[in-house]
Design a binder for this molecule. Structure first.
Ligand SMILES: [Zn+2]
Length: 253
């Protein structure tokens, strides 16, 4: 199996922070307390456009989190800003981060801050054994979200990143693919903007029908275009405004 090793700087820094604070699990202290112990005070504030921001002051910093955020999304946004605080000391005094920034998975500063947040809240050492499953499904992501108090989508992405199986996550909105991320074993993922094929469970959900809350086989071409051969296993659930979150699994032959 191959595993994504990019964004290593952010993840490595999170491991250093956890070791220095003797955090054997990320739930040993609240994210507000973790930030405080690293010199950043957390405040919840009404915000327009951004979800969180980091304001550096003298030797410390203030992390402002949008008062709209709760639960796992709030924890992730604060951990992301703590990532900027730890990783980008020499940069601007003001970091303003949007929902899009909190989704970045590339080598940019935003991607690094997210890699920091993911490793701090979902440490590889603790999460990876839970991703080594015979039959991938979104139920494993649900269990991770519960155990580690993160959002369902953050847990699903971490599952795909760490499972040895060939998997991808697809988020659809209004009957079209909004975004998708797979692990290297999965290969190309459904294209952004692609209409959701009527053969998929995600299509049933978008059409307001009840889809079984179980993985089912679907022809690969329904998700990956007419040239794709073979079958995939699909597990789709309705997910608020996004319409649906789908796990795709390519079973090894
Ligand atoms: Zn950011």
């Amino acid at each position: 199996m191959t595993r994504r090793v990019e964004r290593a700087v952010g993840a490595a820094k999170a491991r250093v922070v956890a070791a220095e604070l003797k955090l054997t699990t990320p739930l040993l202290a609240s994210i507000d307390t973790i930030a405080y112990m690293r010199g950043a005070i957390v405040m919840d504030r009404p915000m327009d456009g951004a979800l969180a921001r980091l304001v550096k002051a003298n030797n410390g910093a203030i992390i402002a989190a949008s008062s709209k955020l709760t639960g796992g999304q709030r924890r992730f946004a604060i951990a992301h800003e703590l990532g900027h605080h730890e990783l980008h000391a020499g940069n601007d005094a003001l970091d303003l981060c949007t929902g899009e920034d909190l989704q970045a998975r590339d080598q940019s500063r935003e991607g690094e801050a997210n890699a920091f947040a993911v490793e701090l809240l979902l440490p590889q050492k603790l999460v990876e054994p839970r991703c080594d499953v015979k039959e991938p499904s979104l139920k494993h992501a649900c269990a991770l979200a519960d155990t580690f108090q993160v959002s369902f989508v953050a847990a699903a992405l971490r599952f795909v990143e760490l499972t040895p199986e060939a998997c991808a996550i697809v988020v659809t909105e209004k009957g079209r693919v909004s975004w998708s991320i797979g692990n290297p074993d999965f290969g190309p993922t459904p294209a952004r903007g692609m209409p959701v094929d009527s053969a998929t469970l995600a299509h049933d959900i978008a059409a307001g029908r009840t889809a079984p809350d179980e993985p089912e086989e679907v022809r690969a071409s329904a998700w990956l275009g007419s040239r794709a051969r073979g079958e995939l296993v699909e597990h789709s659930v309705a997910w608020g405004r996004m319409s649906s979150v789908t796990l795709l699994w390519r079973q090894s032959e």
